[in-house]
Design a protein around this ligand. Structure first.
Ligand code: HEM
Length: 128
């Protein structure tokens, strides 16, 4: 058996905490994409229909969204979208062969997390 074969792990390490940052961005991109498709998109369309249908509907939802607990949920879903958006831009740049080397790829992955978190905080500041 060669040294490389001896060093090869015998099982996959599925612990997210052990993943490099680009791996985490990738997993969150996939999870956020799936959650945006369901339930976020259908719920948003239903809310749009409900708020546009009547004045009572609009007033009812305005009351619901004034609740701080609901605002936290909205921010969590906003972060999903923002992370997906910034990670999506990163993947499109990688598709153009921009920033594919290890160090720039790690830096842009960190930038994606920072941009998602900062823009969510900005939104929190706007809606509170
Ligand atoms: C409601 C809006 C959106 C939904 C429901 C959605 C959903 C998804 C899903 C399900 C995937 C597949 C994820 C995977 O299997 O890895 C995906 C991939 C992708 N999304 Fe979105 N997305 C949305 C918005 C956006 C936006 C605004 C961007 C703009 C940057 C974007 C960029 C991408 C890219 C580039 C990929 C491919 C990533 C790769 O190469 O693996 N998406 N999206």
């Amino acid at each position: 058996m060669t040294t490389a074969q001896k060093q090869r792990p015998k099982y996959y390490d599925l612990n997210l905490a052990h993943l490099p940052v680009p791996g985490l961005v990738s997993i969150f991109h996939r999870i956020s994409g799936a959650l945006l498709f369901f339930p976020v998109l259908p719920v948003l369309l239903w809310l749009l229909q409900s708020t546009l249908a009547s004045e009572q509907g609009w007033l009812r939802w305005r009351g619901v969204f004034a609740d701080p607990a609901v605002k936290v949920v909205v921010l969590a879903f906003a972060w999903l979208y923002l992370h997906h958006f910034f990670a999506g831009i990163r993947y499109l740049l990688l598709d153009l062969h921009l920033g594919v080397a290890k160090e720039p790829a790690r830096a842009s992955a960190k930038l994606v997390f920072a941009a998602g978190a900062l823009s969510t905080l900005l939104l929190a500041w706007r809606i509170w």
